[in-house]
Design a binder for this molecule. Sequence first.
Ligand code: NAD
Ligand code: UDX
Length: 464
Amino acid sequence: MKIENICCIGAGYVGGPTMAIIAQKCPHINVTVVDINEKRIAAWNDEDVNNIPIYEPGLSDIVKEARGRNLFFSTEVDNAIDKADMIFISVNTPTKTYGMGKGMAADLKFIELCARQIARVSTSDKIVVEKSTLPVRTAEALKNILENTGNGVKFQILSNPEFLAEGTAVDDLLTPDRVLIGGDIDSEKGKEAVNALVDVYANWVSKEHILTTNVWSSELSKLTANAFLAQRVSSINAMSELCEKTGADVNEVAKAVGMDSRIGSRFLQSSVGFGGSCFQKDILNLVYIAKSYGLGEVADYWEQVIILNDHQKRRFAEKIVKTLFNTVSGKKIAILGWAFKKDTNDTRESAAIYVADYLMNEQAEIIVYDPKVTEEQIYADLDYLGTRSENENRSLLKVVNTAKDACRDSHAVAVLTEWDEYKKLDWKEIYSNMLKPAFLFDGRRLLERKAMEDIGFEFYAIGN
Ligand code: NAD
Ligand code: UDX
């Protein structure tokens, strides 16, 4: 089966970059990315590619190359579905905020809406690909919805979870460690569908890196991978607290431990806590699934990764208050970095949101500078927490355009995202414009202790 038309529902952090790469590498396939969010689609279509809605190094050039040739962004969802041989579902699957499973389970309403829309609109057979991260056995529910339309259209359902990380999405997509495709490999039609998707990726990924499994293994592998990655961060963060008590340095410990080839050196960077739209959501979902099968010990094991992460964010904020003589009321604290990691404008679950909220509860005045996150987004993140009124958020926290402006006249500076540019700041000048004693809290191990102490800062770094 040869794929000529692809539709992707969801033009977000996954749908946008993934489809841009497919379009770039498969000029013979027409790729249409659709979304109900008109503003987002308009931004993807902006004449100036620098205005596309997602900041990812290298992405705008790829969009520039393929857009209008075989890559299209549209709000006409029905049209794109009907035309496609293969439909990727790449919509958001956030943690439920209501009803059964509130605060734990994945909210699958957007997924179900897509399935119902595909069922309603389709007039020819299609392959439906789960690109969103989904609880194991979701394909069963999709199948149920798609196969009960009564119009005779046949669907094959594949699971093809996405492993890209934000900030490195383009590289991750161009040279993935593996592409995972789950399908009904026991049936001829199922195998055909799996092969059709393998052929798409084989345009730029070698066959050894394309792994095919049954649907359930594929769905569960995605949750497992994120749980393992997050667990490493929580493990090293747990050690960071012990390091601070004992005189060990978490970076030295991480290096020593990571040189064991059985452990490996990546994902051992201690931090103010992991953020992002995936880790917390997917682990909570895993915990919920384990509980729903009555697997209490399995659920508790994974929940601890989240508990430790919440502790890490809180203890960093507490450290600031304690160090500033137990009160930050009326004190000006500069926050450098609002994104959940460098090289992205995404702020979902960013540790900075929680640290700022904690300090604002202590009546601190917060000044934020982030090179890629807008003021509008920062206020939206705080308003979403619902801790205080929108007016209070705007009066307690201000957003500025340079690190220098953020730090001027402040009592303390907290580095919460590891943006490269923060390393190159004129820290001497920053110090000279701050109130004394000038406190500097490094939540990312970005700065050199000795250099900062030589300038005169009272310096604190995670795990040191
Ligand atoms: P996102 O919120 O950035 O994008 C999802 C888009 O889907 C939104 O623009 C939304 O408007 C659109 N949408 C929702 N319902 C729709 C509908 N019925 N019709 C048309 N459009 C609809 O989300 P994301 O970060 O791209 O994540 C998407 C999925 O991929 C999630 O399941 C996530 O867990 C998974 N994932 C994300 C990442 C990541 O780094 N962000 C990595 C791997 C996997
Ligand atoms: C993650 C997974 O890495 C990716 O495979 C999956 O598809 C989506 O979820 P992402 O959330 O985009 O990707 O970024 P990632 O690099 O994993 O970082 C997540 C968080 O952990 C960030 O806040 C980051 O700063 C933090 N982190 C990561 C650490 O604190 N220390 C580390 O060593 C690594």
